[in-house]
Design a protein around this ligand. Structure first.
Ligand SMILES: [Ca+2]
Ligand SMILES: [Ca+2]
Length: 184
């Protein structure tokens, strides 16, 4: 094998020299099957946030991509973008997008490969129940403030404090949190 800089592919040379001119008459292109250079990783977000699963895949072009949930192919539309590319974006994420088994199938002429399942964790927003005891009380004020200052990562308590359901816990959530606390 060698690299054919003209065609930008790896090729194998060989074959028929019957023409006698010293040039090999036949050239075969070597097609390397897809391999996973960087797999996607699991993601977590509040509902209303955005996530991107991305993978870096090596292999001869053309490569085709198909993101799946389990064995079900995802398709673009609504809040799903890039279902047939190397990067899948879901924006805005809903609770029903939570799943343990997002994966990517990559194919070319030499074969296909499927990445290991990765999870999308989605946490509900707007309850204000920052300490996760099922109630909105004064005891949620301190953890709410801690999540506000820490700015993440997304988790049940953090997302519970995302009162305006934009996927972030920030200053915009303070007033709605106080309002909910005072008059639930
Ligand atoms: Ca609570
Ligand atoms: Ca928010």
């Amino acid at each position: 094998m060698t690299y054919d800089a003209t065609h930008r592919v790896t090729v194998m040379f060989g074959g028929d020299n019957s023409g006698g001119n010293g040039n090999l008459a036949d050239t075969w292109q070597y097609v390397s099957s897809p391999t996973i250079t960087n797999p996607p990783v699991s993601q977590a977000t509040c509902e209303g946030g955005a996530v991107t699963f991305a993978a870096v895949i090596s292999g001869s072009a053309p490569l085709t991509f198909q993101w799946r949930r389990g064995l079900i192919n995802l398709t673009d539309g609504g809040h799903i973008f890039g279902a047939e590319t190397a990067a899948l974006t879901i924006d805005p994420v809903t609770i029903s997008d939570a799943a343990p088994d997002y994966n990517l199938v990559v194919s070319n002429a030499a074969g296909s490969i499927t990445t290991a399942d990765v999870a999308l964790s989605v946490y509900a927003t707007g309850s204000g129940d920052a300490n996760g005891d099922g109630l909105l009380t004064a005891e949620d004020v301190a953890p709410f403030a801690s999540f506000l200052l820490a700015g993440g990562p997304p988790g049940p308590g953090f997302c519970a404090g995302d009162m305006n359901a934009d996927g972030q816990l920030d200053a915009l959530d303070i007033q709605p949190f106080v309002s909910a606390l005072i008059s639930p």
